[in-house]
Design a protein around this ligand. Structure first.
Ligand code: B4P
Length: 209
């Protein structure tokens, strides 16, 4: 089973991918998460990556495609591709290198909600759990619910300035991906504007069909 979670920035793909992978015993590749780690490597390539991501642009498909190829080769029961494919070149690469049928899930979220989701986002520096200062705060102020760490990260690309660029990249490059899978009958849509646990349940039911 290869699942591609696609949607606008901040639509909750990463939040749900962790929960569904755990529930269904699938592996999970967040291209964004791996790229963020690479960006902090302190190398010249890492510095270029950091600049590209902070500006809100997509990074080179060659780099992302390699990550995906590795994930596909090492996944046993199936894999969630969280944030991939994000343009039509990546769609082509995936269909060439993936023998299994791809199910894509489109996280549909109105634009006015996207901004709060992004500007409110922060995550635990130790375990990576994602929170939101408007919608999903920690239960105890300043302490991660999962691992009790008190270190949190705010992403550089979650600035108001970068959001504009990210939405432009989404409209120009990722919307055609959604249209492509829809035309092939390989797209399932979920309402991403609902409470987190409801979305997990809806996704689980959809994927069990
Ligand atoms: P990603 O890391 O994929 O980030 P995203 O699209 O912004 O976020 P996501 O949808 O996962 O939202 P989240 O669960 O965190 O991409 C970052 C960058 O990496 C890209 O801009 C690009 O530069 C690069 N990149 C990644 N993949 C690439 C590719 N394939 N090709 C080229 N470049 C690539 O949720 C957002 C917030 O909402 C959180 O605060 C969360 O707590 C909250 N939230 C989640 N669900 C909620 C709900 N139901 N209700 C209320 N709040 C909710």
């Amino acid at each position: 089973m290869i699942l591609a979670f696609i949607g606008p920035p901040g639509s909750g793909k990463g939040t749900q991918a962790v929960l569904i992978a755990d529930k269904m015993g699938l592996s999970h590749l967040s291209t964004g998460e791996v790229l963020r780690t690479k960006a902090t490597s302190g190398t010249p390539d890492g510095d270029i990556l950091q600049k590209t991501m902070a500006s809100g642009k997509l990074v080179s498909s060659d780099l992302v495609n390699d990550l995906v190829l590795n994930a596909l080769q090492s996944s046993k029961k199936g894999c969630i591709l969280d944030g991939y494919p994000r343009n039509l070149d990546q769609v082509k690469f995936l269909s060439k290198h993936c023998a299994e049928e791809i199910s894509s899930i489109y996280f549909n979220l109105p634009r006015d909600i996207i901004v709060k989701r992004i500007t409110g986002r922060f995550s635990c520096a130790q375990c990576g759990k994602i929170y939101n200062s408007y919608f999903y705060k920690t239960k105890i102020d300043g302490e991660c619910d999962a691992c009790r760490s008190s270190n949190f990260i705010f992403r550089k690309d979650d600035s108001e300035k970068a959001i504009v660029e990210r939405l432009e990249a989404y409209d120009a490059e990722t919307k055609p991906v959604i249209d492509h899978y829809r035309q092939l009958g390989l797209l399932k849509t979920i309402n991403a504007n609902a409470p987190l646990s409801e979305i997990t349940e809806e996704l689980y039911k959809l994927l069990k069909k």
